[in-house]
Design a protein around this ligand. Structure first.
Ligand code: UDX
Length: 440
């Protein structure tokens, strides 16, 4: 089929590339000329394992192209995906300006009967708004129908998740356009959930908020474990083996970040408030998440004798999670800001993120290797669970810092092993393994 995709962020670009990979003719549209030029040259503007190879392959097979011109894209397409951003506004609600603009562009330029697919995460009722805008502003005498198809891919695993997703949700109030989108995805051979548009929109928010609740729940249980001398990793295993609960998303850490959970939980909470529905379970998850990195920093301060002024820290990992260069709502940024505000010196290292905006020149030291980062520091904070940190030789690394004091914010290293190497390690919710840390 001939498909256009509006927006080449994580969702749009992955959707476009994967649809071309399964045999469709895809044209991706973005207003950013530089970005479009880059993609035409076979370069992915985002770091996502496997994406660039697939992009290059499909450009060379002439199934994938890029443009800044709506007309060029829509005059060939029978299906148009909207995959633009829905940033958080002041109130917490999702800002729909890019969605509305996309609907207007479609209305201006389509020349065939078209199914418009809303892939962006949007508040319940947004597909209706898109349909109304298109109907009001449609230029050509054609039929345009709107289908909701929320995206569930995780950054860093986007290609894998698209081919091996748990389900594809198709929300359509009319059968035929829903059937067309189901046919589009047939080569992926994944379970399909067919429902109406509003339910599809709600599935996305309800799924993300549920996972956020799960993370905040295990983080708070971890904090309690730490006080009571229990081990949250064992607790997560023990409760996760109950099929009704499941082990996924029960890894305690520094709280969730990224482009989805923080924004989507706020948007869902806003939707509930607006409709006078009590959804305080989500409010509590949001609050717990905002507290989690503060609890971690307090632990660091306490271990260093209550004052971190002029102390030097190594921050290992900047991205909000491994295998991405995404810094949105990354706990590392909040931790760095707090340490700097307390007068500490901060050295940072990330295997992929090589540049940090928002800090004054010289305010922190951006290192090129883990060794350089840990050289002469008073404490090391592991913030993102990159493989490079997990697989490193921690026996060897011990020679770099002033003192072998390590805070594992992701519970990813083997404390037993590190202790044998002479490290003093603090995890999250692992109080019984607490070492007595000497304060310098
Ligand atoms: C998420 C959803 O998983 C995906 O379905 C949706 O489409 C978009 O949002 P993403 O934000 O890419 O994807 O990352 P994910 O791997 O889900 O992690 C989200 C955050 O939760 C990260 O900050 C991660 O560190 C944190 N997390 C995840 C935990 O703290 N503990 C866990 O057990 C799992």
């Amino acid at each position: 089929m001939n498909v256009a995709v509006i927006g080449t962020g994580y969702v749009g670009l992955v959707t476009g590339v994967v649809l071309s990979e399964i045999g469709h003719n895809v044209i991706c549209i973005d207003i950013d000329e530089k970005k479009v030029e880059m993609m035409k040259q076979g370069k992915s503007p985002i770091y996502e394992p496997g994406l660039e190879e697939m992009l290059v392959r499909n450009i060379s097979k002439k199934r994938l192209s890029f443009t800044t011109k709506h007309k060029e894209a829509f005059e060939k397409s029978e299906i148009v995906f909207i995959a633009v951003g829905t940033p958080q506004s002041e109130s917490g609600a999702a800002d729909l300006k890019f969605i509305k603009q996309a609907a207007k562009d479609i209305a201006q330029h389509v020349v065939y009967d078209t199914v418009v697919v809303v892939k962006s995460t949007v508040p319940v009722g947004t597909n209706d708004i898109v349909e109304n805008i298109i109907q009001e502003e449609l230029k050509a005498p054609v039929r345009v129908e709107v289908v909701s198809n929320p995206e569930f891919l995780r950054e860093g695993h986007a290609i894998h998740d698209t081919f091996h997703g748990d389900r594809i949700v198709i929300g359509s109030d009319v059968k035929k356009p829903g059937d067309k989108i189901e046919a589009l995805f047939t080569p992926l051979n994944l379970p399909i959930v067919r429902t109406n548009r509003r339910s599809a929109e709600m599935i996305k928010y309800a799924a993300n908020a549920f996972l956020a609740v799960k993370i905040s729940y295990i983080n708070q249980i971890a904090n309690l474990c730490e006080k009571l001398d229990a081990d949250v990793n064992a607790v997560a295993e023990g409760i996760g083996m109950d099929n009704r609960i499941g082990r996924a998303f029960l890894s305690a850490g520094l709280g969730y970040g990224g482009s989805c959970f923080p924004k989507d939980t706020e948007a869902l909470a806003f939707l509930a408030r607006e409709n006078n529905i009590n959804l305080n379970i989500v409010d509590a998850a949001i609050k717990a998440n905002s507290e989690q990195h503060e609890i971690f920093i307090q632990k660091v301060i306490d271990k260093l004798g209550g004052n971190v002024e002029a102390k030097t820290f190594a921050i290992l990992g900047l991205a909000f999670k491994p295998n991405t260069d995404d810094l949105r709502e990354a706990p590392a940024l909040k931790i760095i800001e707090k340490l700097l505000s307390l007068g500490a010196n901060v050295k940072v290292y990330d295997p992929i993120v090589q540049h940090l905006d928002g800090f004054q020149p010289g305010e922190l030291e951006h290192c090129q290797s883990i060794e350089e980062c840990m050289d002469n520091v008073d404490a090391t904070l592991l913030v993102t669970e990159w493989d490079e940190f997990i697989e490193n030789d921690w026996k060897e690394l011990k020679k770099y810092p002033n003192q072998p004091l390590l805070f594992d914010g992701r519970n990813i290293l083997s404390i037993d092993k590190l202790v044998k190497f002479g490290w003093q390690v603090e995890g999250i919710g692992q109080a019984q393994k607490r070492q007595s840390v000497k304060v310098i």
